[in-house]
Design a binder for this molecule. Structure first.
Ligand code: SAJ
Length: 434
């Protein structure tokens, strides 16, 4: 164990030449991306060590359990730990491949905070051996992969690191390969989606591709690390800008007194038009965050991207104002807010515009608020003491004068006009039109 090895020859778990260490892949960060990735790698035959700073997470995974809800993940992790292909640890081991999948949040001035990636690089540096390959998966500002190389170079002067723009390989390969999976479909998309693999040098991309091509059914596209880092930010910014167009349209349609859902459905009958769906704002940990990385790096140029972010944030406060107007129109009446998650059929309430709206309303009108959320077993944190109640859909339909659809969960889709007869209805998702 821990003998020098050559990861360039490790083209898959079944390759004829297999170097010594027990841990072929170390996945740093066992969150929404790292844990599914570690489990999928293990299910494809790799010996994986998942690393997390949280002892509780490590204990849970080693016990075959999961600390996050994601379709099929519990089964995958249980099988991977039972077969001993996946172990978890708080310590970074020596490995052939290191994958960094830690958070990259925004700081207060909306600039990216890559300190967790830097900490991961510092934890890898003492363990890394010549021939290994380090891959960053975390959504990152352009230049982050090179920053990781710089940290390793500073801590390990004995190693020759690759240099961007050079054709020469180094002792250690470094690449950026962004995750692109959709929450709710992570396990499937990890295998099916194409991947973009950007090396600091072409050789780095080739070495990183060896790992991905062992479990990805989609195509693996090799490029350089700066392009790959930009691609990730572009994907989520593209979606944010397009959702902003739909959200702005919904406000314009209110001004004009036309039905935005009819407008979008008919406009989308044009062969080159595809307007997305308005909602109560944009949530999640990616689309509402990543565009700021581009704005932060090019503040003057990124005018459309910044405005789109502002439009999508504005849509949540606009929605709240409309609900307050409905409450004012029915003095003493109760409102049922349908859905709190950040998008349909998911139990993730973090960074959710629906949750933000509900919490803000509950603070001042708590006694008049009923929450209907099939994915919540109890009243979510923050509502305690406000008077807001978590109720079943049937109860809400019997007692509320106002119904607001914030999330179009499948569990709400059977609602019929008769169920809503005599009530004030505000459908932020156009669910009842479909
Ligand atoms: N939304 C709308 N209208 C739409 C589509 C979405 O209001 O027409 C809202 C959703 O309700 C939600 C938010 O946007 O609040 C984001 O949802 P999403 O399903 O569009 O995306 P995420 O955040 O769950 O996942 C995205 C994906 N990126 C793209 O589709 C370009 C996923 O592939 C990425 O891997 C993920 O971000 C990530 O981790 O970066």
């Amino acid at each position: 164990m821990n003998a020098p090895f050559d990861a360039a020859t490790a083209f898959g778990p079944d390759a004829a030449v297999q170097p010594a260490p027990d841990h072929q892949v170390a996945v740093i960060g066992l969150g929404y991306i790292g844990l599914p990735t570690a489990a999928v790698l293990a299910s494809h035959g790799w010996n994986v060590c998942g690393v997390d700073v949280s002892e509780k997470v490590v204990e849970t995974v080693n016990g075959g359990g999961v600390h996050i809800e994601e379709r099929d993940l519990d089964r995958l992790v249980r099988e991977a730990t039972e077969s001993e292909k996946l172990v978890a640890s708080t310590e970074v081991p020596t490995a052939h491949f290191y994958m960094i999948a830690v958070p990259t949040p925004l700081n207060e001035d909306k600039a990216p905070d890559i300190s967790y990636v830097e900490a991961a690089a510092r934890a890898i540096a003492p363990k890394v051996l010549p021939g290994a390959c380090i891959i960053v998966e975390s959504t990152s500002p352009v230049g982050t992969t090179e920053r990781v190389a710089q940290i390793i170079a500073e801590m390990r002067p004995d190693l020759k690191l690759p240099v961007y723009g050079s054709q020469e390989g180094g002792d250690v390969a470094l690449a950026y390969c962004p995750e692109r999976v959709l929450p709710g479909k992570i396990v499937r998309e990890l295998v099916q989606n194409d991947r973009v693999i950007g090396g600091i040098t072409p050789d780095c991309a080739k070495r990183a591709s060896a790992l991905y091509s062992s479990f990805v059914e989609g195509d693996c596209h090799a490029t350089n690390c700066r392009v790959a880092e930009t691609v990730k930010l572009v994907e989520n910014s593209f979606r944010d800008v397009n959702i902003a167009f739909a959200n702005e349209l919904s406000v314009i349609a209110d001004d004009l007194g036309v039905d935005v859902w009819d407008v979008i459905a008919l406009a989308n009958r044009h062969p080159r038009v595809n307007v997305l769906q308005p909602g109560p704002g944009v949530g999640g940990h990616c689309i509402a965050v990543d565009p700021w990385f581009l704005v932060s790096s090019s503040p003057k140029a990124a005018r459309l991207i910044r405005t789109a972010r502002e439009v999508n944030d504005f849509k949540a406060s606009y929605t709240e104002r409309r609900i307050r107007a409905l409450l004012d129109a029915v003095p003493g009446g109760k409102v049922a807010l349908l859905g709190l998650a950040f998008k349909p059929d998911i139990d993730d309430f973090r960074e959710s515009p629906a949750m933000e709206i509900a919490l803000s309303l509950a603070k001042t009108r708590g006694q008049r608020i009923m929450l209907v959320e099939p994915f919540a077993e109890e009243l979510p944190q923050g509502f305690a003491g406000t008077g807001a109640q978590l109720v079943a859909l049937d109860h809400a339909l019997q007692t509320a004068e106002i119904i607001v659809v914030l999330v179009d969960h499948t569990a709400f889709k059977h609602l019929l006009p008769d169920d809503l007869a005599g009530k004030l209805v505000f459908d932020t998702r156009g669910m009842l039109n479909k």
